[in-house]
Design a protein around this ligand. Structure first.
Ligand code: EPZ
Length: 430
């Protein structure tokens, strides 16, 4: 069991390079199931969620060749079976993309119900609604999603009742090889939705409108191999931006698409942080005090829910009272108790958190309770006076490549240490 030990209270200075986008990679890699040939995928982040999804594909019979640290060649043409073994798929939210991809290729799929971060209920009814509209029978029993179309799916009109990233991308996967046209209305517009559409189009699909709320997919009979580069990770970049805001200093954050960061940049600027945009970098600088602000999370292009915990830490360091409203998930404030141990003053009422800026946190022993909350704990440790120990960092390593090395490159005093067994046992309680 690894933990991070941080000596906080020192500003960050230097350059950090952002990896490929996790939430694009975990959809694009399963999308290779639809492709009859070799997919060369570049800018793959080295994170445990990606390792898991690659191992699931390999177990199903795919061949995966490592070209270099961030490039893989994935060939799924040898996969013959559309049923997944229980094991690792349950630990991963993104395993739901295997349903759309297998259904699109084989006309059937049997996939364990997905796992992932716990934010209250995480239904997949909109995914299922889409598959059923395309002619599949879908039922959930024995911990599995069973989907069967008895042949090729048929294109259809699907109106999403909620803007869902996962449902939009999953329906796109299922529709790429379907017969006829599928139209997704009220579609999600996140950068990774566009990235998946671009990947599929580069393999021969015919998808229009990704990035708007209406996506049209004209099914094709075959996708062939090709080469594709995943976009930079919007949330990883935003996390380093929030870290500079909370801890102070100046960092150049490279390999980003500044357009994808605009919602985060705007909020940081309101708080008195300077952000300069270049073609593929942003420079973030915080020298003075931070102002309070209000943030409401929403689907893209609104403020991303996956940046909410990190911004909560920055708001603890601000002057005045800020309101944070979670507009996507029912229960994404489980980390607040950990921040209170560091001196934060935060009251939560349902989806709203009232954050009293305290200007100063003090180091403590805290836990990562999910991926982004874990990143927020690290930021709190960087900003706090004294020593902080963050446990359960496996949550963080699901989605942040080399966070310790990257933060060390910004001058942070952070080390990963293996916790003694008795501490690891304590961590597992509850
Ligand atoms: C994706 O989850 C991301 N995960 C999440 O990021 C992110 O928080 C979320 O999108 C929102 O941006 C991956 O991409 C793997 P949704 P997803 O379907 O697809 C409701 C991270 O930290 N809903 O857009 O599961 C749902 O309850 C992770 O990187 C339904 O009601 O999210 C929620 O309130 C955590 N029925 C809202 O829609 C459905 O069938 C948005 O969920 C599907 C969703």
């Amino acid at each position: 069991m690894t933990k991070y030990v941080i000596q906080g209270g020192r500003p960050l200075h230097g350059t950090v390079e952002i990896s490929g986008a996790k939430n694009a990679a975990v959809a694009i890699i399963p999308a290779a199931i639809l492709v009859d040939g070799v997919c060369r995928i570049e800018n793959i982040p080295q994170i445990s969620d990606v390792t898991l999804i690659l191992s699931i594909l390999q177990e199903m019979g795919a061949s995966v060749r490592t070209v270099n640290r961030t490039t893989m060649e994935v060939d799924c043409s040898c996969i013959r079976n559309s049923r997944l073994a229980e094991g690792p798929a349950r630990r991963l939210r993104a395993s739901y993309y295997l349903i759309g991809a297998l259904l699109g290729r084989f006309g059937s799929a049997e996939v364990p119900m997905p796992g992932g971060c716990d934010f209250g209920g995480r239904p997949i009814d909109q995914h299922i609604k889409g598959f059923m509209a395309m002619g599949a029978q879908v039922d959930v029993n024995g911990g599995y999603v069973h989907a069967n179309a008895g042949g090729r799916l048929r294109g259809s009109q699907v109106y999403l009742d909620v803007v869902s990233v996962g449902a939009t991308m999953n329906i796109m996967l299922a529709a790429a090889l379907a017969e006829g046209m599928t139209v997704i209305e009220n579609a999600a517009r996140e950068p990774h939705v566009v990235d998946l559409a671009n990947f599929l189009n580069s393999m021969g699909a015919n998808i229009m409108g990704a990035g708007t709320d209406v996506i049209k997919i004209r099914g094709v009979s075959r996708l062939g191999g090709g080469s594709y580069t995943i976009i930079p990770d919007q949330i990883e970049a935003g996390t380093y931006m929030a870290a500079v805001a909370a801890a102070g200093g100046e960092a150049r954050i490279e390999n980003v698409i500044p357009k994808h960061l605009e919602c985060i940049t705007a909020k940081l600027q309101e708080m008195g942080v300077e952000v300069e945009e270049e073609d593929d970098a942003v420079i973030v600088r915080r020298t003075g005090p931070l102002n309070r602000t209000n943030i409401k999370t929403m689907p893209y292009p609104g403020f991303p829910t996956d940046m909410q915990p990190q911004m909560a830490v920055a708001l603890c360091m601000a002057q005045g009272t800020s309101l944070l409203t979670e507009g996507v998930w029912d229960n994404r404030y489980r980390y607040v108790g950990e921040l209170r141990r560091m001196g934060a003053q935060i009251q939560v009422d349902g989806k709203i958190a009232v954050i009293e800026g305290v200007g100063r946190l003090s180091g403590a022993k805290i836990q990562a309770c999910d991926l982004r909350a874990g990143a927020a704990m690290v930021i709190a440790g960087l900003a706090a006076q004294g020593a902080t120990e963050v446990s359960r960092v496996y949550h963080i390593e699901r989605g942040y490549e080399d966070i310790v090395r990257k933060l060390s490159g910004l001058g942070a005093d952070i080390r990963a240490v293996v916790a003694p067994e008795e501490e690891a046992a304590e961590e597992n309680v509850g």
